[in-house]
Write a protein that binds this ligand. Sequence first.
Ligand SMILES: *Cc1c(COP(=O)(O)O)cnc(C)c1O
Length: 494
Amino acid sequence: MTSYYQSTRQLTPPIDAKQAVLKGISDDGGLFVWPELGEKPLDLKTVCQLDYQGIAQLVFEKLMSGYTKEELSECIKNAYANSFEGQDITPLKPVGEVSVLELFRGPTSAFKDVALTILPWFLSKALAGTNQKALILTATSGDTGKAAMSGFQDVDQTGICVFYPDGKVSSVQYKQMASQEGQNVRVFGVQGNFDDAQSMVKKLFLDEDLKAKLAKDQVVLSSANSINIGRLIPQIVYYFDAYRQLINQGTIQVGDPVSFSVPTGNFGDVLAGYYASLLGLPVKTFYVASNANNVLTDFLETGIYDRRRPFIQTISPSMDILISSNLERLLYYASNKDQAKVAQWMEDLATKGYYELDEETKKAIQSQFKGGYYDDAALKETIAKTYQDTGYVLDPHTAAAYALAKDALASGEQGPIIALSTASPYKFTQDVLDALGLQEDDPWQAMQKLSKIDADPIPAPLAKLPEAPILHTAVIAPSEMKDNVAKAAQEIFA
Ligand SMILES: *Cc1c(COP(=O)(O)O)cnc(C)c1O
């Protein structure tokens, strides 16, 4: 059964995974889904005998049509052989009554590395044999840009331009981006805020003049956005791998149900878990953890998704989001693949700012998903209490998932619950120290200070940062982004 992809919103011509990776998003604005996902599960016993790379191979062979087995195995090797800290790509650690799945052992100490180390290879294989080249444009508020550049660095037939709001990212984030190596990498500070950079990137994707210019050199613009199936599918792997580790630790036996608690923003991470369940992983409940931006908590309780509310800046910025794009894929499956309904909900969201599920779809989602949210004070309290009780240091995003897992256990959930950890505490050192009552204003001093009380050392790439040379110094106005993209394309692909 080959996996052919089509839009969530209407019947579109089926395309294979290679084409879906290249296209990113469907022409009708919908997201690519494989309708038969769930009809042919993986054999759980077999999965549990494999290592991370083996599970990845099995999952990808099922979902990544158009790629040969050899291509997939090369992608896996390129992504995971050397760029993660140890043999275990995503280690599972018992922390109190909860198991914490560490997704941050990659090159930039954030969970986005798991997908962004392999997406460039998926893209490169899809371009191989053609004369086409892909130039990735990314606007970033800090984290995604670094993880994307690190993944695309020197990957054939690809280049990347990252735009961050000048003066509005943390000093660590700035240094991470400004010191990025790679012949095919360009970084620009943009005058204004994140939205200014983001709006201009969106405009450039639609700029016919720019596209025509680039097309002369067979360059197409592309994005490394989390709605790309090439980012979503790699995240399925660690759900199975976490399950395998729980078996190896003697906590469960093959077939036993488990629950996951996931710090959620754009809904990509937790959706990958849902895909794993459609592929046969026995999951009881997905706990969807949010911060003060609690649009998903309300949605899971009421069936009404209402983005008409203030945007709140929190200490878990990667979850500061009011529109969770990947939720559209859950709506597709939970509504029994009713594309007309999905299209209507998305239209309502765009025009009215909210939509309301029908009773049946709402029940289907509520049977597997539960939400919960924690404001900054509650997150800091969780960081402090967890450190006190267990000696383990949580980052502010992981703290939301941990708190929700603990609250679920306290109210009768049987467990086991796996809380996904999406960032190293060293990426958010100052807020973490603050939670622990150890304020420190200098970011590098803060890392040193944290390393004295955290058994886990400073991740090597972060430890090297203070000495890393600055390679990118350009600061430009939004109106200069277009010319700089054209120039970058010429230089990179010359
Ligand atoms: C991106 C991100 C999240 C949210 O993941 P989604 O897939 O967008 O739901 C959570 N925590 C951290 C640290 C992240 O970088």
